[in-house]
Structure formats: structure tokens, C-alpha cells
Write a new protein. Structure first.
Length: 147
């Protein structure tokens, strides 16, 4: 296609020159758009990756919260059970304390028994020794025939 004007072949075609400039500008715009689109797609890809990581974190947090909710439910159930059984346990502890006190008193009595028995034996032994001495004295004095 000639670069000359169709109406006046002596002159250059201004429309053709402008068309070539527009084609160049269009090519430059396409190149710039292509680069922009590439950056946009790269950024979208990064955002999708970050969104996947965030979704995984959210799932982990959600699972942890579900586990905590279950644990909390178990704790509430256990605390209700403890609250229900606590008065009974208090009564048992008080009964054990009373039994312990009674047992302690019995032990104290039993601790004193050997001492009491020993004291009783000493008194009887002294009584017999005294009786024997008196009998010996009586026999020595000649009173043995009256015994």
C-alpha cells in the first residue's frame, strides 16, 4: 500500500501516518496492559495463597474452639457432679474425724493400761512382801503357831 495520498499522490497520506502512530500507540498500550495484567494475576495468585493459609488457620482455630467447647462442657458436668457430691463428702469427712477422735481416745486408754497393770502388780507384790516379812517376824517371835 503506498504511503501517498489517494486524492493527491504528490503528497504523503496524513491518515496513513496517523494510523501508523495509532497502531504504535495501540501496540504500546497492549504491551503495558499485558504487563499490568501479569502483575494483577501475580497479585491475585498471592492473595489466593494467603487466603488458603488463612482458611487453614481458621479451620484450626475452629477445631480448637470446638475442642475447648467440649472440654468446657465436660468441666461443667464434672463441677455439677462435684457440687452434688460435696455435701456427702463433707459428712463423710466429719464422720471420719469423729471416728478418729474416738479411736484416739481408745488408743490413749490402751496406752495407759500397761502402766495401770504394772502399778497394780507392784502394789500386790509389795503387799505380799510385807505379809511375808510380817510372817517371818511372827515366826521369829514365836507367834507362828497362831498362824
Amino acid at each position: 500500500m503506498p504511503d501517498k495520498c489517494i486524492l493527491d499522490p504528490e503528497r504523503d497520506c496524513l491518515g496513513l501516518i496517523k494510523a501508523k502512530e495509532v497502531e504504535g500507540d495501540l501496540a504500546e498500550l497492549r504491551r503495558q496492559n499485558s504487563a499490568s495484567h501479569e502483575r494483577i494475576f501475580d497479585r491475585l495468585s498471592e492473595l489466593e495463597k494467603e487466603e488458603a493459609v488463612q482458611a487453614e488457620r481458621f479451620r484450626n482455630i475452629s477445631d480448637t474452639l470446638d475442642g475447648m467447647r467440649d472440654t468446657l462442657g465436660d468441666l461443667k458436668k464434672d463441677s455439677r457432679e462435684l457440687t452434688r457430691t460435696l455435701p456427702e463428702l463433707v459428712l463423710r469427712v466429719k464422720a471420719l474425724e469423729k471416728d478418729g477422735d474416738a479411736t484416739e481416745q481408745e488408743v490413749d486408754k490402751l496406752r495407759g493400761k500397761p502402766g495401770e497393770t504394772w502399778e497394780h502388780l507392784k502394789k500386790q507384790g509389795l503387799g505380799w512382801i510385807l505379809a511375808l516379812l510380817l510372817a517371818i517376824v511372827a515366826v521369829a517371835m514365836g507367834l507362828g503357831k497362831y498362824l
